[in-house]
Design a protein around this ligand. Structure first.
Ligand code: SF4
Length: 241
């Protein structure tokens, strides 16, 4: 896309309903656009909307090898409901073998550096492969999710991934809006959400939270809030407004 058409795309997307953003993006990028899904509440809403926006949605997932059984279950129910082929990316086998042989099976509990090392091998490297050849990717990021996400905009340039576009159609949505959509359209969702898991990642790094806790308090609960990212969403993206 040229800078001019990018400006037009931004103008047609900022402040617009999520479905409209997705329609604009699918028309602009075609099969060089894909949704990154971990099958949390936001992601299943986006799949529901993306399948309305285009007859050929692309959805990819990173199977870290440490996911909950309930996550595979919702992936299968989404496949059945929407007929989408989920493009699965695994970590590099040799890197995981080396990590587990040399540091064991819970190295991520040892220090922030070791946690980042595990996320790098199991998430960040596969994401890089998934994004190869894309002009834009879609995420379920929302501003209210965490202190690290307060600056999220609907459209950003992802400088960490070669300057491709990163679309966050639910940036301004509240948790209530997400759940209203799921209930209204009977969208399949991860059953862990009914068991006190508002945010779901890898099984050993996610716990249920109490009602009074922040929704992301259960992710890497041994770390402070400003550290709770896995490297998939690097701060510093350039926003269009
Ligand atoms: Fe490893 Fe935990 Fe990161 Fe998953 S969330 S990649 S298990 S450190």
């Amino acid at each position: 896309m040229t800078e001019l058409s990018w400006d037009a795309l931004a103008a047609q997307s900022n402040g617009r309903p999520a479905l409209e953003v997705l329609r604009t993006a699918t028309a602009a990028f075609g099969d060089r656009l894909a949704l990154a899904s971990s099958f949390g509440a936001e992601d299943v809403v986006l799949i529901d909307l993306l399948t309305q926006a285009t007859p050929a949605p692309r959805v990819f997932a990173i199977d870290t090898g440490r996911l909950h059984e309930e996550t595979y279950d919702v992936m299968e129910r989404i496949r059945a409901r929407y007929g989408v082929d989920i493009e699965v990316y695994y970590p590099q086998r040799r890197a995981v073998e080396q990590l587990e042989r040399s540091q064991g099976f819970y190295s991520f509990r040892g220090s922030l550096e070791e946690r980042h090392q595990c996320c790098e091998i199991r998430k960040v490297e596969p994401l890089g492969r998934a994004l190869k050849g894309l002009q834009a990717w879609i995420t379920g990021l929302r501003r209210e999710q965490n202190v690290t996400r307060g600056g999220v905009e609907v459209i950003e340039r992802d400088v960490a991934h070669g300057g491709i576009f990163k679309l966050n159609p639910l940036a301004g949505w509240t948790s209530e809006q997400v759940w209203d959509h799921i209930r209204e359209y009977d969208v399949p969702y991860n059953r862990l959400h009914d068991q006190g898991f508002p945010s779901i990642g890898c099984e050993p790094c996610t716990r249920a939270v109490a009602r009074i806790e922040h929704p992301r308090a259960g992710r890497w609960w041994w770390e402070s809030p400003e550290q709770k990212e896995c490297g998939l969403h690097v701060a510093g993206a350039i926003q269009t407004r």
